[in-house]
Each structure stands twice: as structure tokens, then as C-alpha cells.
Design a binder for this molecule. Structure first.
Ligand SMILES: N[C@@H](CCC(=O)N[C@@H](CS)C(=O)NCC(=O)O)C(=O)O
Length: 213
């Protein structure tokens, strides 16, 4: 199929709306000003064709002509090749953006996601699991990210795919007030999500799922 096509679910429950990861891809494409369309697969009945595109039965995936690619980080790297608005051409700046993209995925989100899943399920009390993940996120990640974000507007100098993933990971923490003690992280999320590309991506995702109610 020609052109850029994001595939996401046809419907999801209310809670994850606005946070489904096709938002990262929508946001990147809005930032780049590249034309795209959005296709849907059933949330409830996942077909063999779905698993052929995304081996875990998840979303999103992107098709770019006859290339099909899954994993939001890999999709953003792919799109970074298409637009300097997403990934700088200069090697030093590009390496910084790639480095921070991986840091967002593999250092911050690997700590923030289990924290958010516990928060989602209300497991925030005096349990060993909550104490462990809360301390891990707080002391090992946010405390160190705070001075970084206090000292710069965007992670790699100019806005890049690294900021899309970092801001998206952090806004889920913010949803459960986990950035309360980290004003620079909070300001960064506010700055990123005020960008027209995010605002449109978010509105479009909300409308997409609402249309299936
Ligand atoms: N590492 C994957 C994660 C994708 C992911 O978690 N997708 C969620 C939606 S945000 C999903 O498909 N959940 C349904 C499921 O896991 O069954 C990526 O970043 O693309």
C-alpha cells in the first residue's frame, strides 16, 4: 500500500485513550508535516495478519510503501530518516538524539511503565512492589533527569524523536502525579505537549477511539 499508514486498534477502553502508542507516530508525522493515514485492527480479535505485522499482537505499526515496521522507537527512527524536524543530520546532534531516544525507552520507560501499571491498578499502598518501583523511578531516574531537563529545552538541542518518547513516557507518570517533586520534568512535559503536533495527535487519537463507541 502506498504512502505512510499507521495501524492502531479500532477501539480501546477509556483509561488508555490518549496514551496508546500510535500517538508517538502521529505526533512525529505531524511534526514532520508528512502525509499519512490511520488504519484500524480489531482490539478484541487479533488476526494472524495482525501478528504478522506486530509479533506481540500490539499496536502501533507503520507501513511505508512495502516496508512494515513495529516498535514505536524503531518507527520513529525510520521516520527520522525522512525529516530533519525529527532527527538532525549533523552527526554529533544525531548521536545525541539517538542516545536520548534509547535513554527514554530503555532507562526511563523501563522504570516508569511498571510504576504506571501499579498506579493504574491502584497498587500504590504500603506494598513491597510499590515501594520498590516508586523508589526505582524516583531515586534512580527522575532525580537524575531533573537537572538535565532544568538545563535545556530539548534533550538533543533541537526538538527530536527523543523528546517525543521521553515526554510521552513522562506524561504517563504525570498522570498519576509522579512528577510533583520534579518541576523541570513537569515543565518539559508541558512544553512538549503544548506543541501543535502533539495537540493534533492527541485530539485525533481521542476522536478515533470515540468514533467506535
Ligand atoms: N514496545 C512497544 C509497545 C507497544 C504497546 O505496548 N502497545 C499497547 C498499546 S499502547 C498494546 O498494543 N497493548 C495491547 C496488548 O499489549 O495486548 C512499542 O513501543 O511499540
Amino acid at each position: 500500500m502506498a504512502g505512510l499508514v499507521i495501524t492502531t486498534f479500532d477501539w480501546v477502553p477509556q483509561t488508555p485513550r490518549g496514551y496508546v502508542r500510535d500517538i508517538r507516530v502521529r505526533w512525529a508525522l505531524e511534526e514532520a508535516g508528512l502525509p499519512y493515514r490511520v488504519a484500524s485492527v480489531p482490539f478484541r480479535a487479533r488476526s494472524a495478519e495482525h501478528f504478522a505485522h506486530q509479533p506481540f499482537g500490539q499496536v502501533p505499526w507503520l507501513t511505508d510503501g512495502d516496508i512494515s515496521i513495529f516498535e514505536s522507537g524503531a518507527i520513529l527512527l525510520h521516520l527520522g530518516e525522512r525529516s530533519e524536524a525529527l532527527l538532525p543530520v549533523d552527526l554529533r546532534a544525531r548521536s545525541a538524539a539517538v542516545q536520548w531516544l534509547f535513554a527514554a525507552l530503555n532507562s526511563v520507560e523501563m522504570a516508569s511503565l511498571p510504576w504506571a501499571l501499579l498506579a493504574f491498578s491502584g497498587e500504590t499502598g504500603d506494598t513491597p512492589a510499590w515501594k520498590f518501583f516508586d523508589d526505582f523511578l524516583e531515586a534512580s531516574r527522575l532525580q537524575h533527569l531533573e537537572p538535565v531537563l532544568a538545563g535545556r529545552q530539548w534533550l538533543a538541542g533541537t526538538f527530536s524523536i527523543a523528546d517525543i518518547v521521553m515526554a510521552d513516557a513522562l506524561r504517563l507518570v504525570d498522570r498519576f502525579d509522579g512528577l510533583a517533586g520534579h518541576p523541570a520534568c513537569r515543565d518539559y512535559v508541558a512544553r512538549a505537549t503544548a506543541r501543535p503536533g502533539f495537540v493534533k495527535a492527541h485530539a485525533d487519537q481521542m476522536a478515533h477511539f470515540a468514533a467506535a463507541d
